[in-house]
Design a protein around this ligand. Structure first.
Ligand SMILES: C[S@@+](CC[C@H](N)C(=O)[O-])C[C@H]1O[C@@H](n2cnc3c(N)ncnc32)[C@H](O)[C@@H]1O
Length: 274
């Protein structure tokens, strides 16, 4: 599996998760580092679920390893996993079928290319977004640039501050699409609802460089300080964040071959929908 050319395969979009990348990811989710991380993340989500019932959405759920734990821990709750890979969802369906026999509330999955701004039928109390690797081919990004022009301008401003030429364009695309995904997370939540997001990271927020701190706030939607003449719209309030050292960071190393990603872990951030 280490023979996968990730740059080429991932550039095709989410369909990559229906082929070799999907099998690679399924293998990753079964290793010890991921099992420990999923258990820890699920315990964070359970602490957020103060009511006896409600709706939890797992955005980009993959094989639904976190949902599987939550279904057991929160029997009164309803669950919806959304992902663009049929192969990932088929794996998730396999465990869900067995759970449904005991679990009275619903466990559903939806196959959709994300971000998806069609109006949601229901709003979630909690949304979980873990180890994102949201893929969108260039053609799919243009409509969002028309839809979110302020975000586009801010993403350009930040990217050009940090990089030049082709690297600035690449950084712009990353910042802009991450921001659009965060807007989509917000749309799927009720006001006051919680987003538990888990990002690969190489240290606690305060240990990150100045630009990484700023870009993280921009991408997740919690930045409100003016950048040059532009003030970002804040749609999430950052409540807490906690860093955990973990070998899951090697997922990033496997894909980039960058030695910097041999060490690190993940950051769990708790955000409240404004
Ligand atoms: C790295 S996996 C993480 C899966 C899961 N959140 C977890 O922690 O196990 C990324 C997931 O995002 C999905 N994905 C990537 N790009 C997507 C897109 N544009 N639309 C929908 N799903 C996408 C993939 O199919 C894959 O299941």
């Amino acid at each position: 599996m280490s023979q996968i050319n990730f740059t080429k395969t991932l550039s095709a979009g989410v369909g990559a998760y229906n082929r070799t990348v999907g099998q690679w990811w399924v293998d990753q989710t079964r290793n010890k580092a991921h099992a420990v991380a999923y258990k820890n993340i699920a315990s964070h989500v359970v602490r957020c679920a103060k009511k006896n019932s409600g709706l939890i959405i797992d955005y980009g759920c993959g094989t639904g390893r976190i949902m599987k734990r939550l279904v057991d821990a929160l029997p009164g709750w309803t669950f919806l996993g959304i992902d663009g890979s049929q192969v990932m969802l088929r794996d998730a369906e396999a465990w869900a079928r067995a759970k449904r026999k005991k679990h009275s509330a619903g466990i559903k999955f939806r196959c959709a290319t994300l971000p998806d701004f069609s109006t949601p039928a229901v709003k979630a109390d909690i949304i979980v977004f873990t180890f994102p690797n949201m893929l969108s081919p260039a053609s799919g990004r243009c409509p969002f640039q028309r839809l979110f022009q302020e975000d586009r301008d801010l993403a350009w401003l930040l990217a050009r501050k940090q990089e030049k030429g082709k690297k600035a364009t690449e950084l712009f695309e990353q910042l802009f699409m991450s921001r659009v995904v965060s807007r989509n997370l917000r749309l799927l939540l009720r006001k006051g609802g919680l987003c538990v997001r888990v990002d690969y990271c190489q240290g606690d927020r305060h240990e990150l460089g100045r630009f990484d701190q700023l870009s993280t706030l921009f991408e997740e939607g919690s930045l409100s300080t003016k950048q040059a003449h532009l003030r970002p719209h804040k749609f999430f309030k950052l409540l807490t964040s906690q860093y955990y050292e973990s070998a899951v960071i090697r997922d990033v190393h496997a894909q980039t071959k960058d030695q910097d990603f041999l060490e690190g872990g993940y950051l769990i951030s708790l955000l409240q929908a404004m």
